[in-house]
Design a protein around this ligand. Structure first.
Ligand code: GDP
Ligand code: IMO
Ligand code: MG
Length: 442
């Protein structure tokens, strides 16, 4: 058993899109391996530096750093076509992808019928839909849980793939046709396409669990990159308006095959306000001009689907839930600069539900829909903090907002992001990320 606690887990602390890609890319040079542990190409993690811009979906956000090994863990559901397209687009942009990328042989494969089922079910739900990314994520995890799923190890063995895929594709085609009137592509064509994908992906496939254990035993430092966020977690999020995987640090253990004892720190990424894509409860949502300003200034449009993101004030009830569920050691606060031009900024400290003050997220989404935010208000700083890299240069009102967030959430803020690029960041001295980034720890 390795007890060196050489792994750091990064999770989203809200409803996704908190800036995980930026933070992972920024700190990845301090690690030997970066590993995604759940989700699929529903994720869109943005990495920006110089004049370059990458929207990563399946490939970990350490891919732009030399010498870092990137692992797609067993906990993911992988559409082989999407992964190959992502590899091709990175290579076309001059980012080498080869020995620095490994794909778990235990990851599950998304078939075209999974995506069609996702879309068909959403259409059938009409106005009550979840607002999924229609990528087949939920149906693929369903196949995994009901043990009819196909894994990457099966995909790269043509005979085995054909024997497993044919009955599953035929069954799903029948369901699509019978219940939804949707015609699936021909089973033979799909098999042909996927066999070709299997051939192309074979060089990347590895027993990543064994690889990670080997590397950890040799003293390597591992950065685990979560997708989505704790409020989209299938157990602890706003069910059923969630994704179908475990987005917290527990997901890193199951989704990579590593024990909790190797985790040295968990950092939750949170925006200085809140966003959500898709349907579901969102107590602090703003429908007015203030929300519009935040959406436009924060460029809050989906990385994957281009949908406008719903926008609202920071919700400390949500943040405290993530803190507890995720055991967060610290918060990395992003997009502070987006709030630069407001007279006042707000933090939701509790909810009122049917006349009662509540500080826990209710289990039932219909009850959560009834929650009204109880706010504390703070003066805005009304000065640009875009690109600031030094804590002492922050306006006093911005410092007060940061202090209020730390107090209401109950966790230290280890990093403050003041723009999308690497250098637009303040790492606070003496906090957990500062310690991990320090050359002395190497
Ligand atoms: P992720 O899914 O958590 O990786 O987040 P996304 O990449 O989907 O969305 C975050 C967006 O905010 C991206 O467009 C980032 O480039 C951008 N971003 C990240 N940090 C900051 C920041 O501190 N300020 C601003 N203005 N943009 C940021
Ligand atoms: P990153 O990793 C924000 C949301 C979808 C929908 C719900 C279920 O970039 O933060 P799914 O396709 O997963 O079945 O959709 O989850 N969702 C995300 N929202 N960021 C994401 O990923 C998301 N991945 C899924 O919008 O509401
Ligand atoms: Mg995203």
């Amino acid at each position: 058993m390795n007890n060196s606690r050489n792994a750091v887990v990064i999770v989203g602390g809200q409803w996704g899109d908190e800036g995980k890609g930026k933070v992972v890319d920024l700190i990845s040079p301090a690690f030997d391996v970066v590993a995604r542990f759940q989700g699929g190409h529903n994720a869109g993690h943005t990495v920006k530096f110089e004049d370059r811009h990458f929207a990563l979906r399946l490939i970990p956000s350490g891919i732009c750093r030399k010498g870092v090994l990137n692992v797609i863990g067993n906990g993911l559901v992988v559409d082989p076509r999407a992964l190959l397209a992502e590899i091709a687009s990175l290579r076309a942009a001059g980012v080498p992808v080869g020995e620095n990328l490994k794909l778990s042989d235990r990851a599950h494969v998304i078939l075209p019928t999974h995506a069609l089922l996702d879309g068909a079910r959403e259409s059938a739900l009409g106005g009550a839909n979840i607002g999924t990314t229609s990528r087949g994520i939920g149906p693929a995890y369903e196949s995994k849980a009901n043990r009819s799923g196909i894994r990457v190890a099966d995909l790269v063995d043509p005979d085995r793939f054909v024997s497993l895929a044919r009955p599953l594709l035929s069954h799903q085609a029948a369901v699509l046709s019978h219940f939804y009137g949707v015609e699936a592509p021909s089973v033979d064509e799909t098999i042909e396409t996927y066999l070709e994908c299997g051939r192309d992906l074979a060089p990347f496939v590895a027993d990543t669990r064994a690889l990670l254990h080997e590397r950890l035993a040799a003293g390597a430092r591992l950065l685990c990159e979560g997708a989505q966020g704790v409020m989209l977690d299938v157990d602890h999020g706003t069910y059923p308006f969630v994704t179908s995987s475990s987005c917290g640090p527990g997901g890193a253990c199951t989704g990579l095959g590593i024990p909790p004892s190797v985790i040295g720190a968990v950092v939750g990424i949170m925006k200085a306000y809140t966003t959500r894509v898709g349907s579901g409860p969102f107590p602090t949502e703003l429908f007015d001009e203030t929300g519009e300003r935040i959406r436009n200034r924060g460029n809050e449009f989906g990385t994957v689907t281009g949908r406008p993101r719903r926008v609202g004030w920071f919700d400390a009830v949500v943040a405290r839930t993530s803190l507890k569920v995720g055991g967060l050691d610290a918060i990395a606060l992003t997009k502070m600069d987006v709030l630069d031009d407001h007279d006042e900024v707000r933090i939701c400290v509790a909810y009122e539900i049917n006349g009662r003050t509540v500080t826990e997220v209710p289990a039932r989404s219909d009850q959560y829909e009834a929650a009204r935010p109880v706010y504390r208000s703070f003066p805005g700083w009304k000065r640009s903090i875009v690109g600031l890299d030094d804590l002492s240069k922050l306006p006093e009102a911005a410092k007060a907002y940061v202090a209020a967030l730390e107090e209401t959430v109950g966790a230290p803020i280890t990093l403050l992001s003041t723009g999308p690029k690497r250098e637009e960041t303040i790492v606070r001295p003496g906090t957990v990320l500062d310690a991990w980034l320090s050359p002395a720890r190497r």
